[in-house]
Design a protein around this ligand. Structure first.
Ligand SMILES: [Fe+2]
Length: 392
């Protein structure tokens, strides 16, 4: 860590004022892990007279877990947990509803908006036990660079999840507000440590007309002897955002009782580090997780690293579905994705992608490409939608 700091500081030219004494605030760890994720308190993120350079380096450098957790307290904790847990219950109700919800599906958008019944998937195959619900938190309708209209849709029948939209938008907004603050801290860190860095993460998020959230329901695998079942609820992949907000996965039974574990230590979110070690990540119930995406890897010249991750299915205790929420902090479509001038590309393009059977970044991105073009390449490379059988 120290060696990395030295290297980084050497590369810096115009040092801004830096608050050297600002590290003495709460940073805590989650017990039971080999390497602990970095957790910072929301109040420390809000303070403008501090930097969180050490925490960013520990979380997002090539030695980190690619995640940084923000702990809510007081009013923000109450709001976060109330909105999110109610959202999870209503997502279960929608996902298990037996009536017709086809009006919520948007095949012309490759099911990337509204209700998606098991049509997402990455290179390991269609992740058919997933049900997703996508909506734009920023505005109700968005026209993309190809003229496609991404309009939010919500359940009409008030007997199904009557406050789904309210809880969905409130939780998503809280994630975005926190992400903008984190984006400012990332910009400060990169400005200090990377020559020719353009301050773009905070504004890229704050000015984006489209920040989509994805409420995810992973159905409980009813038949544990079914050999066709994939091992993962969500296959190995990396995110194509600046950062992705992730709520803790929760298990919801048919009576809407929410549990933070299904009792199976195998099930849950896994991360593979740059040294290939695979670790399970548990997100505490009062925390928001922010996982680094490839956009930050690119614009930081590889100083920050996005890591492969997957959600593993249980090997025992098959009775409850798992629900979570992801919020993708992405810029507008024409935002250029460039490395800082003078970047060594070897730091940005990592050999781990190919070894992982993930589509390598160099096959989806060229320096200076717009976010929209990169996004299209990612969807073609990673996604099985719209026809899960034709890809491979
Ligand atoms: Fe992801």
């Amino acid at each position: 860590m120290k060696a990395l700091s030295k290297l980084l500081l050497k590369n810096h030219q115009n040092s801004p004022q830096i608050f050297k004494g600002s590290f003495a605030f709460s940073s805590s760890v989650v017990p039971g892990h080999k390497q602990q994720p970095v957790i910072i308190d929301l109040n420390d993120l809000k303070r403008q007279d501090t930097n969180i350079f050490e925490q960013i380096e520990e979380a997002y450098s090539d030695k980190g877990l690619g995640v940084l957790l923000v702990r809510n307290s007081g009013e923000s904790k109450q709001r976060y947990m109330q909105n999110y847990l109610n959202l999870a219950k209503q997502m279960r109700q929608i996902s298990e509803y037996k009536g017709d919800l086809s009006y919520l599906e948007q095949p012309h958008l490759e099911y990337g908006h509204g209700l998606n019944l098991g049509k997402d998937g990455y290179l390991e195959g269609g992740d058919t036990l997933q049900i997703s619900f996508y909506a734009n938190i920023i505005q109700e309708s968005y026209t993309d660079h190809k003229g496609l209209i991404w309009k939010n849709v919500w359940p009409k029948d008030k007997e199904i999840a009557p406050e789904f939209e309210k809880y969905y938008m409130s939780t998503g907004r809280q994630f975005i507000d926190t992400a903008i603050m984190l984006g400012k801290k990332l910009d400060d860190y990169l400005k200090y440590n990377v020559k020719n860095y353009k301050m773009q993460i905070e504004q890229g998020i704050a000015k984006s007309p489209r920040i989509s959230a994805r409420s995810i329901y992973y159905a409980a695998p009813k038949n544990k002897h079914n050999s066709d079942l994939p091992k993962n609820w969500c296959s190995w992949h990396k995110d194509y955002s600046y950062i992705t907000g992730l709520a803790p996965g929760v298990y919801v039974d048919s009576q809407d009782n929410v549990k933070h574990s299904n009792g199976d230590p195998e099930a849950g979110l896994y991360i593979q580090k740059r040294d290939y070690e695979i670790l399970k990540l548990n997100i505490p119930e009062d925390c928001m997780c922010f996982q680094l995406g490839e956009l930050s890897q690119i614009v930081s010249g590889g100083l920050l690293q996005a890591l492969p991750h997957a959600v593993k299915m249980p090997v025992q205790n098959f009775d409850m579905p798992r629900i979570s929420l992801a919020v993708f902090m992405e810029p507008e479509y024409n935002e250029p994705l460039s490395v800082p001038v003078g970047t060594n590309m070897d730091r940005v393009l990592t050999k781990q992608d190919k070894e992982h059977k993930l589509s390598p970044l160099e096959e989806r991105w060229k320096d200076g490409m717009s976010f929209g073009d990169y996004y299209e390449n990612c969807r073609i490379s990673f996604s099985y939608a719209p026809d899960v059988n034709k890809k491979q």
